[in-house]
Ligand binder design. Structure first.
Ligand code: ABC
Ligand code: CA
Length: 483
């Protein structure tokens, strides 16, 4: 699928090993041992109702290719980022048929498949857990089986040195990630042919590309073209300018520049909301497609879950709401909807099955409402996904009002302990509402009517967010607030 087809999508990110086993068994999964827990493609296929019922229409799965099968200093390759052979599948997750079945099951529901892929490195485990780089057996890696297919060993120590970022190795001596010589044109051709074949074999709709900033920028355009589908890259940086450069060479990037101020803003009532506003402005100005294609997230498999930082449910809901009322593509990391609290890798990679895919969790309902609100806004405004969000001047330090017509998001970081109902007044000068217009907060289905000039006063309950849509926009989507 094309970038334009992805704009309106909403992505559920999962680690195949941790989402669901093939049968109804419930294997134990101790994240700290870093071993395979038993999730499979069949497991995903069997639980697509769970994902789709929350309103997601795309699934991002973890890497699919064959990985090192040894126990390493950091456990097993259950996450899929330790490639050994790009032309084989990781059989822990099932067969080729199972993956194809998942792909067609998604497509028959009108959903997209996004596959995570790695170009930057391959892995050969040092023998006997030694830290001897000289002793690596490159012959185990396919198809790049000789030492000269990789950059000479060096560790990335200075992230300000872009040449080192691109040509030194990630990982450490206990588990070095052999850095592919992506300057070698034969290697480039092999990788471009490979991705074309992979996309075709499994009918992939989009790619999440790992470690994008660790490969020279000019590698990417031909690779992305060869893939022929939407590409969204991981550029792990808090620097907007640095990240913007990558939007010129692939379709889009994960919104790491906003991730950092976002989590800071909502982690406590002391958080700084205006940093989110500033970053958004810079992204809208400097990213090739503004913020329209960025993948917005609050959690992923590399970062501590948000609820390891705060369990204040008002703050949690506000932070999640942000993802769905802004420009771009929302991404929810599996388990977030179940209130998981795991901190850093490997603790943030819990198995989902112990929840029995419970749809009664209030956060599941929250996410479902948010997806529905976003879809309703798209039906009401056919240009919704290319209408830039804007912020009205902050009512006060603790409030953010986001306008993306016809939707208005009202976020606050006062937190749950502010039990009192507070009245927020959005002045008519912002022209967000028509005089006398009725709007619904789709998160509690309460209706408020704007005054004659179009000003609106709403009651904020115990720090909860609000997502407002004109009553007139609701008729087009049967799932919202009983309409
Ligand atoms: C394993 C163990 C870990 C152990 C680690 C040493 O080894 O599991 O418990 O701590 C995969 C696995 C990991 C595994 C690694 C290494 O491989 O998933 O479990 O860790 O073997 C991507 C993927 C990620 C994946 C890989 C490798 C890459 O999403 O899941 O990891 O294929 C760098 C890369 C980034 C990469 C990330 C893990 O490392 O750039 O692509 N993610 C700074 C740098 C970043 C750097 C980051 C972390 O540190 O600028 O480039 O990311 O090292 C500050 C933060 C900083 C931050 C800056 C931007 O902002 O505090 O950390 O970034 O505020
Ligand atoms: Ca590299």
């Amino acid at each position: 699928a094309t970038p334009d087809q992805w704009r309106s999508r909403s992505i559920y990110q999962l680690l195949t090993d941790r989402f669901a086993p093939s049968d109804n068994s419930s294997p134990t999964c101790d994240t700290t041992t870093r071993k395979y827990c038993g999730g499979t493609y069949k497991g995903i296929t069997n639980h697509l109702d769970y994902i789709q019922n929350m309103g997601f229409d795309a699934v991002w799965i973890s890497p699919i290719v064959e990985n090192v099968d040894n126990e390493t200093a950091y456990g097993e390759a259950y996450h899929g980022y330790w490639t050994q052979d790009i032309n084989k599948l990781n059989t822990h997750f099932g067969s080729q048929d199972d993956l194809n079945e998942l792909s067609s099951a998604l497509h028959s529901r009108g959903m997209y498949l996004m596959v995570d892929i790695v170009v930057n490195h391959f892995v050969s485990v040092p023998p006997n857990d030694s830290d001897n780089i000289q002793a690596l057996d490159y012959g185990l890696i396919k198809p790049f089986s000789s030492e000269s297919d990789y950059h000479p060993y060096c560790e990335i120590t200075d992230y300000e040195n872009q040449t080192a970022v691109e040509q030194c190795w990630l990982g450490d001596k206990k588990l070095p990630l052999a850095d592919l010589d992506t300057e070698n044109l034969d290697i480039v051709k092999t990788m471009n042919d490979w991705i074309k074949g992979l996309v075709k074999s499994y009918n992939v709709d989009g790619l999440r590309i790992d470690t994008v900033k660790h490969v020279r920028r000019h590698f990417w355009p031909a690779f992305a073209e060869s893939a022929g589908v939407f590409t969204i890259g991981e550029v792990l940086s808090d620097n907007t300018t640095y990240t913007a450069a990558y939007t010129e060479v692939i379709d889009s990037v994960l919104d790491y520049p906003t991730y950092f101020p976002l989590t800071e803003a909502f982690k406590s009532p002391e958080g700084n909301l205006s940093a989110v506003v500033e970053t958004t402005g810079r992204i809208q100005k400097t990213f090739k497609n503004g913020a329209f294609l960025t993948g917005s997230f609050l959690e992923n498999h590399d970062q501590p879950r948000f609820q390891s930082v705060t369990q204040d449910q008002a703050l949690v809901r506000n932070a999640i709401t942000w993802l769905f009322v802004k420009d771009g593509i929302p991404i929810l990391y599996y388990g977030q909807e179940q209130g998981y609290t795991g901190a850093s890798d490997p603790n943030n990679r819990e198995a989902l099955w112990p929840t029995a895919f419970d749809t009664k969790n209030p956060l599941v309902g929250h996410v479902k409402s948010l997806n529905a609100a976003r879809k309703t806004a798209m039906l009401a405004n056919s240009n919704y996904t290319s209408t830039p969000m804007s912020f009205i001047p902050q009512l006060d330090k603790a409030t953010l009002v986001i306008s993306k017509p016809p939707l208005v998001g009202l976020l606050t970081n006062v937190g749950n302990s502010s039990k009192a109902k507070t009245t927020w007044t959005i002045p008519s000068s912002n022209a967000l509402f028509k005089g006398g217009e009725s709007v619904v907060n789709i998160l509690n289905c309460e209706t408020t009517t704007a005054d004659a000039d179009g000003g609106l006063s709403v009651q904020v309950d115990a720090g909860m967010p609000q997502v407002l849509l004109p009553v007139s926009a609701l008729g087009k989507n049967g799932t919202l607030c009983g309409t």
